[in-house]
Design a protein around this ligand. Structure first.
Ligand SMILES: Cc1cc2nc3c(=O)[nH]c(=O)nc-3n(C[C@H](O)[C@H](O)[C@H](O)COP(=O)(O)OP(=O)(O)OC[C@H]3O[C@@H](n4cnc5c(N)ncnc54)[C@H](O)[C@@H]3O)c2cc1C
Length: 407
């Protein structure tokens, strides 16, 4: 069986569906295939089932990659406000949770339904449970052999299979391999927005803290000699929640910093940001020297954390028994805790993949491969990675929209 269409999109995730809608609305015949049994599976599980579908403050500064400015054009042409209007038209109720992050009031499934309804209206054909076995250049377009034995010929081929994060959900490196097959450069990829892990010795010491969360400021400085393209040399910091786990650290601030951190590097954590721990302990000492040090510290940070910090610093006894030097050490242990993670939880739990199809291979207005007419790459497959907070979906919507105007 063979079929000829204008546009073949591989990957019915956020970016692929957006592209299918836009291309279909332009009157293009569109086939969108996905090997999963349902479209938009990552949308479904995102934001704890409520999908953090965009961020009010989206701009190029919220993205990493060899050339973070690459995203500017698509993000400006199809903005967060455009997507919000679309969500409003579909009567999907939403709210701002924090830091400009917009979530559905009810369910992420509403976003998937909105997109599949729009695809249907736009005349795009969605085929699920189908993989692309082979794809090759054919005449002025492409020929793809699908896993059901059929062949699809298309003038435009859109790579929209996302990144490698969460293989259990069907994530593959297909877009990268196919891009390479057509001669496009792919930058190194690594798990990002991912919990960080500690070595067993440290884990043992921190075991009592497992499950504890604190508001923290987590920072990272790229070593001057360790800069890779796109890595900022200045200090990067995030002020958000942090969670101690049985493997190391997680929570929004850690996921954010994981995109900047590399093996062998340290991160610095402030667990009582804005508090002068030294001054508060000193005042407590003057007021009541008989108070135990860990009790006094427990008025500034959670008790479990206070006990753990005192134990790790070897500080025992009453405030009256410790000098200023010790109080300063405790201050540093709380608000300038410098720690070297040994690794991350990897693609198994990473929310996104850093790196991907090199942006200098693509036209920033259309996502078209400069050297391969008719080939496009969109969404997470491209070397554009957003912060946590709705930025990655906005990139998927914007890049999918941009390709959909021309493919
Ligand atoms: C747990 C979790 C929560 C997240 N929460 C948020 C959030 O709240 N806000 C946010 O902005 N971002 C979030 N993200 C990130 C966001 O989901 C992705 O950045 C976004 O889905 C990327 O869209 P995409 O269309 O490029 O790729 P995807 O959405 O990953 O879609 C790719 C599609 O391609 C299909 N596919 C893969 N390989 C093949 C193949 N070989 N053949 C055929 N089909 C294939 C997949 O089945 C999938 O349907 C979250 C990610 C995870 C894992």
């Amino acid at each position: 069986m063979s079929e000829t269409v204008d546009v073949l999109i591989v990957g019915a995730g956020a970016a692929g569906m957006m592209c299918a809608i836009e291309a279909g609305r332009r009157g293009r015949s569109v086939r969108i295939v996905d090997h999963a049994r349902a479209p938009g599976e990552k949308i479904r599980i995102s934001g704890g089932g409520r999908c953090n579908f965009t961020n009010l403050g989206t701009g190029p500064a919220n993205f990493l990659g060899e050339n973070p400015r690459f995203a500017t054009s698509a993000l400006k042409r199809y903005t967060q406000h455009d997507f919000i209007k679309r969500v409003d038209r579909a009567s999907i109720a939403w709210h701002e949770k924090t830091l400009g992050q917009l979530f559905c009031d009810d369910s992420a499934k509403q976003i998937i339904r909105m997109l599949t309804d729009d695809m249907r209206e736009a005349g795009a054909t969605l085929s699920l449970g189908l993989a692309v076995d082979r794809v090759a250049r054919s005449g002025e377009g492409f020929e793809a052999a699908l896993s059901d034995g059929s062949v699809v010929r298309a003038r435009s081929l859109v790579l929209a299979t996302g990144g490698k994060s969460i293989p259990k959900m069907g994530a593959t490196g297909w877009a990268y391999e196919t891009a390479r097959q057509f001669g496009l450069r792919v930058t190194d990829t690594r798990p990002a927005l991912v919990p960080l892990t500690f070595e067993p010795g440290l884990l043992e010491k921190l075991a009592p803290l497992s499950g504890l969360s604190v508001e923290a400021v987590v920072s990272h400085r790229t070593p001057a000699d360790g800069g890779a393209p796109g890595r900022p040399t200045a200090e990067t910091r995030f002020a958000e929640g942090m969670l101690f786990t049985h493997r190391g650290l997680s929570g929004p601030s850690i996921l954010q910093i994981s995109s900047y951190w590399r093996e062998g590097e340290a991160i610095t954590v402030a667990m009582a940001p804005g508090e002068d721990v030294y001054a508060r302990l000193k005042a407590a000492k003057e007021e009541n020297g008989k108070q135990m040090v860990h009790t006094a510290l427990g008025h500034i940070v959670p008790r479990r954390l206070a006990e753990s910090v005192c134990e790790r610093e070897g500080v025992q006894g009453k405030l009256a028994e410790v000098g200023d030097k010790v109080l300063r050490r405790l201050d540093e242990a709380v608000n300038a805790w410098t720690v070297k993670p040994v690794g991350s939880e990897g693609y198994r739990t990473a929310e996104v993949t850093l790196g991907g199809i090199a942006t200098d291979e693509l036209d920033q207005q259309t996502m078209a491969a400069k050297a391969v007419p008719g080939l496009y790459a969109i969404g997470e497959a491209v070397d554009v990675t957003g912060w946590l907070g709705g930025y990655n979906f906005q990139w998927a919507w914007s890049s999918g929209w941009a390709a959909g105007q021309v493919c």
